[in-house]
Structure formats: structure tokens, C-alpha cells
Design a protein around this ligand. Structure first.
Ligand SMILES: NC(=O)c1ccc[n+]([C@@H]2O[C@H](COP(=O)([O-])OP(=O)(O)OC[C@H]3O[C@@H](n4cnc5c(N)ncnc54)[C@H](OP(=O)(O)O)[C@@H]3O)[C@@H](O)[C@H]2O)c1
Length: 253
């Protein structure tokens, strides 16, 4: 119960990684407000969890009014906000000359500007409380390039720099900010873009498999907890060793 007495807000909690993190937080003792646009998916996440520990907030992080409302609703309900997990995200295809401009604007808004606005709404509460932990779910795509995904990789790289900047600016108030960079996680997002990955798709990864969403939740619970009180500005990969292997060399074996 390392999150006993914590109050958290998690975006993108209706599916995939965000749903797994939400369930883990509640099981570790946190009161958790879960956000996403599809209320039915949020209800699925909350199923079987103690109702007094979960607040469902259907909302769109691309709407600034919704952002203020979700932060205020969390603070009213939990009397404080200890943890913000920016997990909601999207993926779009295309390189610089091919990406649809609406897609480009949408992905930068969802993956980068919305987390910025959520941090802007949350950090003042954390400063007042003298404590807080922000966890930004970035991606290994923010550390190195993926084919034809300029929007995704650029937005995640910007999110990583935003994480470091907030760590530097708000460390003196004991507000911590860290980024988690998953590799390939088996969720709606990867299914939509890659279909069912063929068995040999993972052959160049040291662990040779994709992750289940719950495998990303433990690190988030740790970063939310007081055990990680000395960690800020960290960028943590959790990617089956994907970023430490040379893909070209591995493909020759
Ligand atoms: N899967 C991977 O391999 C992988 C790897 C690295 C990083 N990540 C990152 O992990 C995060 C979660 O992705 P996932 O794989 O778990 O995908 P997912 O299952 O598609 O989850 C994304 C969630 O974000 C929510 N969302 C999207 N736009 C939103 C908006 N405007 N307002 C509120 N909620 C919104 C979606 O819910 P609604 O549609 O109901 O709003 C959805 O539940 C993303 O930031 C992604 O980039 C994933």
C-alpha cells in the first residue's frame, strides 16, 4: 500500500497503460481520478475497484475548460492532488511532407500541449502542499526516431524536455517530474497501427516480446510514492532493452 493517502489524477485511464496504472494506483492505496473521453471505458477500468477510491471524470484533454475542471474535481474530491500521470496520447502516421496538417496539430496538442496545460493547472496546488509528483508517459519514440512518425516522435521528445524543465524549475518546491518511456506495449494503440504483431517482430529486442500494460504500472507507482522522493528529471526506459541494442547489427544475426 505504498500510495496510501495519496490522491492522483490519471489521463488516458480508460484503456491500455493508463487503465493498468489506474488499477495499480488504487490497489496500492491511492484515491484516483480517472480521465478519458469514453465514459464506458472508464467504467470498465473502475470495475471491481472500491468505489470510494475511484472517481470517473469523462473529459477531453484537448479542451482547456475540461482540464481546469478535471484538476478542480480531483482536488475537491481528494482535498489535494499528490500525483498527476499524463498518459493520454495518440499516434498518427507520416513524415514531414506527408503528415496531414490536422493530424500534426492534433498530435502536438494531445501528446504535448495538453500535458503542459495539465501541469500548469496542477503544479500550483503541489507547490501549496509542499509536495507533488508528475509522471509523463513519453515513449522510446521521444528518444530515437521511428519510421514515418514525425508527429509522434516530435511530440514525445518535446514532452521529455518539458519533464526535465519542470524538474529544474519546481524542484525547490519539492515538486518532482519524471518521464517514463515504454517500448512496445500491447494496447489498442499498437493494435491499431501494427495489427497483431507477427511472432518474429520482436526478434531484435533482447527480451523478444511486447509488454503487457500492467508491466508499465509498477514504475509509475514507485515514481508516485515517497520511496522515489530523491528522483526528479529522470527519463526511464522500460522497453525490453530495445534502445540499447543496435537494430541493424542485430538484424544480421
Ligand atoms: N502502446 C505502446 O507501445 C506505447 C509505447 C510508448 C508509449 N506509449 C504511450 O502510452 C500512452 C498510453 O497509450 P496506450 O498504448 O495505452 O494506448 P491507448 O490504449 O490507445 O490509450 C490512450 C488513451 O488516451 C485517451 N485519450 C486520447 N486522446 C484523449 C483526449 N483528447 N482526451 C482524453 N483522453 C484521451 C484514450 O481514451 P479516449 O479515446 O476514451 O479519450 C485512451 O484511453 C500514450 O501516451 C502512448 O503514446 C504507448
Amino acid at each position: 500500500m505504498q500510495l496510501q493517502d495519496k490522491v492522483a489524477l490519471i489521463t488516458g485511464a480508460g484503456s491500455g497503460i493508463g487503465a493498468a496504472v489506474a488499477r495499480r494506483f488504487v490497489n496500492d492505496g491511492a484515491k484516483t481520478c480517472i480521465v478519458g473521453r469514453r465514459e464506458n471505458k472508464l467504467k470498465e477500468t473502475a470495475e471491481g475497484l472500491p468505489p470510494e477510491k475511484v472517481k470517473i471524470f469523462p473529459g477531453d484533454i484537448n479542451n482547456d475548460e475540461d482540464i481546469d475542471k478535471m484538476v478542480e474535481a480531483t482536488v475537491q474530491w481528494g482535498k489535494k492532488i499528490d500525483v498527476l500521470v499524463n498518459c493520454a496520447g495518440i499516434n498518427v502516421e507520416g513524415g514531414v511532407i506527408k503528415v496531414d496538417l490536422d493530424d500534426w496539430n492534433r498530435i502536438l496538442r494531445t501528446n504535448f500541449l495538453a500535458p503542459f496545460m495539465l501541469m500548469r493547472a496542477t503544479i500550483p496546488h503541489m507547490i501549496k502542499q509542499g509536495k507533488g509528483s508528475i509522471i509523463n508517459i513519453a515513449s522510446i519514440g521521444g528518444l530515437r526516431c521511428l519510421q514515418d512518425r514525425v508527429g509522434y516522435c516530435t511530440s514525445k521528445a518535446a514532452l521529455i524536455m518539458l519533464t526535465k524543465q519542470a524538474a529544474v524549475d519546481y524542484g525547490k518546491y519539492n515538486v518532482r517530474c519524471n518521464a517514463v518511456c515504454p517500448g512496445f506495449v500491447l494496447t489498442e494503440m499498437t493494435k491499431e497501427h501494427f495489427g497483431e504483431a507477427p511472432a518474429d517482430a520482436f526478434r531484435n529486442m533482447p527480451l523478444r516480446r511486447g509488454a503487457e500494460p500492467h508491466e508499465i504500472s509498477g514504475i509509475c507507482s514507485y515514481l508516485a510514492s515517497d520511496d522515489s522522493g530523491y528522483m526528479t528529471g529522470s527519463v526511464i526506459t522500460i522497453d525490453a532493452g530495445n534502445t540499447v541494442v543496435d537494430a541493424f547489427e542485430a538484424s544480421m544475426k
